[in-house]
Write a protein that binds this ligand. Structure first.
Ligand SMILES: [Zn+2]
Ligand SMILES: [Zn+2]
Length: 204
């Protein structure tokens, strides 16, 4: 099952990876998907500070180019336009989100206990696999996030990284409704999500 998908799509490709990097809009091939993957047409992507670090190559990690990755980005929201032959529970037209990990091993202590973000075999989107600064992206169906109706793409995108970071922090903090919580740097991209999430829980 598929809808008309072009051969080429636009992508924000990192050029001159390193301190003087810039992002150039280029035409790139739309990826072929494997049997267990979805092809997602992205409508929105967030810009996370980690993306800047990946493109600037100033973290103690191998550079994006070492993995053959040209696009950063890991806060994507879009729609499924093609479904791999072995995928049963997704269909064309479903809304889909791309998060910081594009896949994990699904078969380790961390993955089994809901701590898949610590999976030692995690594949980081925008560093180790193509990121969301492009129109079309292949994503493993089993690890693609669903976006419910009523959440606009531009809201869903940043939820994939910054808001989910805060969501987990709030849960792990053990705070109860009615407690006060303070966010140092609450005006930043992550903190502002914490303020909104904490307020929502409090008034609910
Ligand atoms: Zn991020
Ligand atoms: Zn794992």
């Amino acid at each position: 099952m598929s809808e008309e998908v072009p051969k080429k799509g636009k992508a924000g490709v990192v050029v001159n990876e390193g301190a003087d990097f810039r992002v150039e809009v280029q035409e790139v091939d739309v990826p072929e998907i494997k049997d267990d993957e979805l092809l997602v047409r992205l409508n929105c992507t967030g810009l996370c500070m980690s993306d800047i670090h990946f493109m600037a190559n100033d973290w103690a990690l191998p550079p994006m180019s070492a993995f053959g990755v040209r696009c950063a980005g890991h806060e994507g929201a879009g729609v499924v336009v093609k479904v791999g032959n072995a995928v049963k529970d997704w269909k064309v037209g479903d809304r889909a989100g791309i998060k910081p990990l594009s896949d994990v091993c699904h078969n380790c202590e961390e993955c089994w206990n809901g701590r898949d973000n610590y999976c030692p075999k995690g594949v980081y989107a925008g560093l180790m696999s193509q990121g969301t600064y492009q129109q079309y992206l292949a994503s493993p169906a089993i690890y693609t996030s669903r976006i419910p109706d009523g959440v606009p793409d531009e809201v869903a995108g940043p939820i994939m990284c910054s808001a989910s970071t805060m969501h987990r922090a709030l849960i792990d903090s053990g705070l109860k409704p009615g407690n006060w919580v303070v966010f140092p740097g609450g005006g930043g991209g992550v903190g502002i999500q914490g303020v909104q999430l904490a307020k929502y829980v409090r008034v609910k």
